[in-house]
Design a protein around this ligand. Structure first.
Ligand code: LRH
Ligand code: MN
Ligand code: MN
Length: 425
């Protein structure tokens, strides 16, 4: 389904309401010496990739409840992201997962992506599942496995993913390893790490000069005693071992409770080694629920460091942003619209932080003022700025409402039927 652009304009009453709210906020912010037009431009330029596995209803280990009209093919996944991008103009990229999304006709897939104004962001390899007919099993690890055969198979798969990405115009690959152990004594930690390091170095050799390798970390799950790449330090060390094209990827859900993620982001950007970023939210673990739905202030503090890093750390490359969320209850497209909205809102709030004043207050050890400065930005209702960016991009002012008014899900069910299952987590 491709949405007719003529159906995306907001009505005159909505626009008049918006203009009133925007003018009010813009004049208030201008008095604080905030350059509103450049802030709106930054919001309009911010694009987040959608992973192919977020478009179906996700599963938990206890079950998976299908959501009707889910995309069944790569082409249909692209169309869903096209819908999101038309409604928000902020989801202009797709992150594919191999082997779930191997194109059969590269030319056709590229043409469709072009038509939908979508770019191919990082490609993701998968060595956390055995593929049908594979010679070696990943039950006891992939890049870290003590079996050379399993390691070589996993290395070959990653090299294959790079090739697939090259054909699509992608410029990076993300490696997330499930490798770990569930019982003390099961792994020799040093052997597992050393095998992983050697395997990653081998994969890195296949990376073209304009490509990047993102190494994702996660403390636990699917294994519950140890994980080979458990934290940012391990990922950072491995990225350094590989070389300058390798970076750490931070996924918000991949931390133990109360970890200071903003400090991790800051440290990595200072070292020029933050490459990718996965948005989601969680209450307990890697819950992968809607961005900003549980800890919006924590997200703001993280965004504040990202904004600071983007302005002050030229040694860090442009980040590859992606939403890594998927769950069981909501319409996946509605959920993604809400996540995109939360990202834009939080980015806008972080852009409002008066960095000069904050620096001065930090210098003077005025702790209360430091907090006031952050709160001032966080408590500002920035939605008119986000809507202004949408207006500029010819996107509807209220994407979720427009999605419902247009009956997108009903249309998808009509086209695809009720018994659809998207490949994914
Ligand atoms: C596992 C995970 C990871 C993704 C990957 C495909 O935790 O969600 O975050 O990047 O699967
Ligand atoms: Mn992730
Ligand atoms: Mn995850």
């Amino acid at each position: 389904m491709i949405i007719n652009p003529n159906k995306l304009s907001s009505d005159s009453k909505q626009i008049a309401n918006h203009n009133e709210q925007f003018d009010h906020l813009a004049s208030r912010l201008s008095k604080q010496n905030i350059e509103v037009p450049s802030l709106v431009d930054k919001l309009a330029a911010f694009q987040v990739a959608i992973p192919s596995w977020a478009l179906g209803a996700g599963g938990t280990r206890f079950g998976r409840y299908s959501y009707f009209g889910e995309p069944a093919s790569l082409e249909q996944k692209l169309e869903d992201i096209g819908v999101l991008h038309s409604l928000t103009r902020s989801a202009g990229a797709v992150s594919l997962h191999i082997p779930w999304d191997i194109p059969t006709d590269y030319k056709a897939v590229k043409e469709l992506a072009f038509e939908l104004d979508l770019r191919f962001d990082a490609v993701n390899s998968n060595t956390f599942q055995d593929s049908v007919g594979a010679k070696h099993s990943y039950k006891f690890g992939s890049l870290s496995n003590t079996s050379i055969g399993a390691r070589q198979q996993a290395i070959a798969h990653n090299k294959e993913v790079i090739k697939i990405g090259e054909k699509l115009g992608s410029k990076s690959m993300t490696v997330w390893l499930a490798d770990g152990s569930s019982f003390p004594g099961q792994h020799n930690f040093q052997t597992a790490l050393s095998n992983t390091q050697d395997s990653l170095k081998e994969i890195y050799k296949s990376l073209a000069d304009d490509w990047k390798l993102f190494i994702e970390y996660k403390p636990y799950e699917p294994y519950f005693y140890s994980t080979v790449i458990q934290d940012w330090g391990t990922s950072f060390m491995l990225a350094n071992q590989c070389g300058e094209k390798a970076y750490t990827l931070v996924d918000l859900g991949h931390h133990l409770p109360n970890t200071n993620i903003e400090q991790i982001v800051s440290t990595l950007m200072f070292k020029g080694k933050l490459g990718g970023f996965h948005f989601n939210d969680s209450k307990y673990g890697d819950d992968d629920i809607t961005v900003g739905s549980i800890k919006p202030y924590a997200l703001f503090l993280i965004f504040n460091e990202l904004v600071y890093g983007m302005a002050n750390n030229p040694q860090n490359p442009e980040l590859s942003w992606m939403i890594d969320a998927s769950h069981n209850l909501k319409d996946p497209l509605e959920d993604l619209i809400q996540s995109l909205e939360a990202i834009q809102i939080t980015y806008a709030k972080a852009l409002l932080v008066d960095q000069d004043l904050l620096k001065q207050a930090q210098k003077e050890h005025d702790v209360s003022l430091c907090q006031e400065i952050l709160q001032e930005a966080y408590l500002t209702d920035v939605r008119p700025l986000v809507r202004q960016a949408r207006l500029k991009l010819n996107a509807p002012l209220a994407p979720l409402q427009t999605y419902r008014n247009l009956g997108v899900r009903e249309q998808l069910i009509k086209e695809r039927g009720k018994n659809t299952v998207a490949t994914g987590l």
